[in-house]
Write a protein that binds this ligand. Structure first.
Ligand code: GLV
Ligand code: MN
Ligand code: MN
Ligand code: MN
Length: 404
């Protein structure tokens, strides 16, 4: 099952380009349908493009697991797909044991978790829960000016139905997302798996720097209104403010217009991602960065504007779900790492659909160790033995919840 994903959306760089509704995404959706069909699971696609494969009759109280199949630009193989493939593998394991669920089990695949194409992360789960409205999501544009609504239409979907979907949401009794760990947390803890405690608040901001395009050879330095300078100073302040506040902030994407070697740019657009343990720190750091950008813009004769594109407040996962995950993991961990005397628990700075869903349904997460500590890049990895431990743990969790 896993190796059939290897080539889907693979870029020359070795990473993946699996973006909402692009060809790779459609191939992955077909892969999901094929995996479900091979297990005789019925699949629904909801109004927002999220996929649900059902073991048992779809209905309220379902035990739902899964993740996403899309990637960041040049992303790794595990962020997302590990949770979907592990969900199918856990079902195989339970069936091989002759288990029969009293509550339905569903494998979910959320649409556009990374927000790589239309800029808003966790779009499928945000739409499902009403955290973003259908018309606003439909109008989001990709880098080529194609709207989400048009991308969906081209894929044969009906975007006018996008938006809060109470019926689908009401089917979720509990949601458990298994995910590759995206830092070095589990390396440090010496464990193949952990229970998630929290997700740092995080947001994305678009920064526009408007100056005056001009000739690189004839324009005196003192006559320039060069937005590249304002941008560069802002990037340095991002690093400095994050360091002083004990948080993380990143400028990972930038567009320069018109992009000529021998032309002073007229415009620079950059995207800022900021994450911290608490909401106040995120807001304070972004305000400081904005102030510094405006000060520098005044000096450069460059107009600066900042717009929030998405925000996810801090998430503390449901204590009852965390406890229950801890109980279900205990035996699996005792077998694979007998020397561990406590169930490892880990917070994360990475965002997940589980974070969005946690405001509406009991939700928890399991992390699987990433021995490289690298994620959102081709070196992201998980050892097969650790993935197996993750599947064993997930199977225990599904069995426990679906027997209740
Ligand atoms: C998504 O994985 C994110 O944390 O940005
Ligand atoms: Mn990711
Ligand atoms: Mn992910
Ligand atoms: Mn994510």
């Amino acid at each position: 099952m896993w190796s059939s994903l290897d080539d889907v959306g693979r870029l020359d760089s070795g990473g993946y380009g699996r973006f909402a509704w692009n060809d790779a995404d459609l191939t992955l959706r077909a892969w999901f349908l094929a995996q479900a069909a091979a297990r005789s699971l019925d699949v629904d696609e909801d109004r927002n493009g999220n996929l649900w494969a059902w073991w048992g009759t779809p209905g309220p109280g379902a035990v739902v697991t899964g993740s996403h199949l899309d990637s960041v630009p040049g992303g790794g193989a595990y962020d997302g797909p590990l949770g979907v493939a592990s969900a199918f593998a856990a079902i195989d394991l339970l069936r091989a044991r002759g288990f029969s669920p009293s509550r339905p089990i569903a494998v979910a695949c959320f649409s556009d978790e990374e927000g790589a194409r239309f800029g808003v992360a966790c779009l499928g789960s945000r739409l499902l829960t009403g955290a973003i409205e259908g018309p606003r999501a439909g109008a989001l544009l990709d880098a080529d000016g194609v709207s989400l609504a048009d991308a969906m239409r081209r894929a044969g979907r009906n975007p006018s139905r996008m938006g809060r979907d109470r019926e689908t949401l009401s089917r979720i009794g509990v949601f458990i997302e298994l995910h590759v760990e995206q830092g070095r947390g589990l390396i440090d803890l010496g464990s193949p798996i952990a229970v998630a405690s929290s997700i740092w608040p995080h947001g994305r901001w678009r920064l526009d720097f408007s100056g005056q395009g001009n000739h690189a050879g004839t324009t005196l330095l003192e006559d320039r209104h060069d937005p590249m300078l304002t941008y560069a100073e802002t990037v340095l302040s991002v690093r400095k403010r994050a360091r002083l506040a004990g948080c993380v902030a990143t400028v990972g994407k930038v567009e320069v217009t018109p992009g000529g070697v021998n032309a002073i740019p007229s415009h620079v657009t950059a995207w800022l991602d900021t994450r911290a343990p608490d909401d106040q720190t995120v807001r304070a750091v972004v305000a400081e960065i904005e102030e510094r950008a405006r000060q520098r813009g005044e000096r450069d004769g460059v107009v600066v504007s900042i717009r929030e594109e998405s925000y996810s407040p801090r998430v503390d996962f449901d204590p009852a779900v965390r406890q229950s995950l801890g109980r279900q993991l205990a035996d699996v961990l005792a077998e694979s790492v007998p020397e561990l005397d406590a169930i490892p628990v880990l917070g994360t700075g990475a965002g997940h659909d589980a974070g969005i869903l946690s405001k509406h349904v009991p939700t928890g997460m399991l992390f699987v160790r990433n021995p490289t500590g690298i994620s959102h890049a081709p070196d992201e990895y998980a050892e097969p033995a650790d993935c197996h431990t993750g599947v064993l743990a997930l199977a225990e969790v599904l069995a426990a919840y679906s027997s209740q």
